[in-house]
Ligand binder design. Sequence first.
Ligand code: NAD
Length: 499
Amino acid sequence: MNITPLVPHYIAGEWLRSTQLATTPVFNPSTGDVIAQCPVGGAAEANAAVAAAHAAFPAWSETPAVERARVFFRYRQLIEQNYDALCATVSREHGKTLAEARGDVHRGIENIEYACGVPTLLFGDTLENLARSVDCETLHQPLGVCVGITPFNFPAMVPLWMFPLAIACGNTFVLKPSEKVPLTAVILAELLEKAGLPKGVFNIVHGGREAVDTLLTHPKVRAISFVGSTPVAKYIHETGTRHGKRVQANGGAKNYIVIMPDADMGKTVEALSTAAFGCAGERCMAGSTAVTVGAAAERLLPDLVAAARAIKIGRTDQPAPAAQPDMGPVITAAHRDRVLSLVASGESEGAKVIADGRGLTVADAPRGFYLGATIVDGVQANMTLAREEVFGPVLNVMRMDDLDAAIAQANASAFGNGAAIFTASGRAAREFKHRVKAGMVGINVGVPATMAMFPFTGWDDSFYGDLHIQGKEAVQFYTQQKVITTRWFGGEVGDVWKK
Ligand code: NAD
């Protein structure tokens, strides 16, 4: 008998049970226990959610921008007040440590703060006397129903990248969260309702392919924001644009971190182990490959291996801060097995595991999905491990003779999300930032993920679309411009005033 709670859809301000019986399990990755069942929502739920959002659009889009912004000022405060509960839910369903969950929610709050600025973000341009007595102005108007489809790895931040700004711009919204982490989205919706958002402006439909396909092809949907793996991002972009939607689709990544021999090795070890093993490597901005140049390898690796071995791994679902480990589990047993098989493939192709996190067990949680910090040295460009996104606590090491070779290696990747260099040389850093093919670049910064006011600028197979998530590009994405050209007839101005 299924006794775990069924996650409800949220449509037109009502919490609804699925009309379908099929569900997928939501795990607590720390223990391996099933904590909820996520409905495999289908076309019926997706259609109902779009209908609710479409019905709510006329009134919401006519609500003045300052009033729309006020909802998000209140929302921000409510999230602060419910911070601990929200972070605990993120940890419980995702497996992040509490500190990482706080980072996830905090980055989300920054996006709400950005959306609070919507009255000024929507300012248009004007030019008087474009021609004689002709004036021109631009307006930024909302699109209508927007959709967000989100991944498992940032249950709070990624949805908050999307719906606060879309809604503050005057749109209505349907969120399809990851079926692996649907519980955080439920709290986000409850708080938005408390903040005073009218019914139907924000809706949640759960599920997988069927729900997504209905949203991608629905004639009333105007724009789709997607974050997830590259094959799905590509599919979302192709299908959505073929059906006339605006689409921004963030995909996977493989981020290179170049270490020059002159780098501050102490600081580099710290930054690299956070970049590679933070959030158990389940970050699209994870530093997944260290490219050492010349003598950097010998100076870096002993301390890096020691740092990896010292990482404490354990349950993240226990509220006591003293019980918190440095790193939690990965999302599912299947994902752990995939990561293990990629490491094994590297080994069988000649790479060497120099810090081995395989076979790790946590005494009080033997069924949790654990994997220790792992470093694989001698990775070559043609290996599967070098080409595929691993998305786990695994750092590849590739050794190069010079900076040119290191940049060429980074640029050979099909992805283009992030890249970083650690060096004391301004010349090397300048060369790297100019030539590297990645949208977000760090100089002595291991995870150069952009904050809310800057776009999240993936390139190549890390992004499909034109306008990125976050910042001014996102305001453009969620609005359409209208250009008004004005001329008034009626003779001389003086004559008008005399009548
Ligand atoms: P995923 O692609 O499996 O799932 C993402 C979303 O798409 C989920 O809501 C899922 O239900 C839906 N989905 C999955 N398969 C689908 C299909 N065949 N048709 C329609 N919808 C489908 O991604 P994930 O495993 O949840 O997340 C991890 C991935 O997300 C990694 O590749 C990571 O790099 C990427 N990611 C990218 C960014 C970025 O900004 N570039 C940020 C976070 C995560």
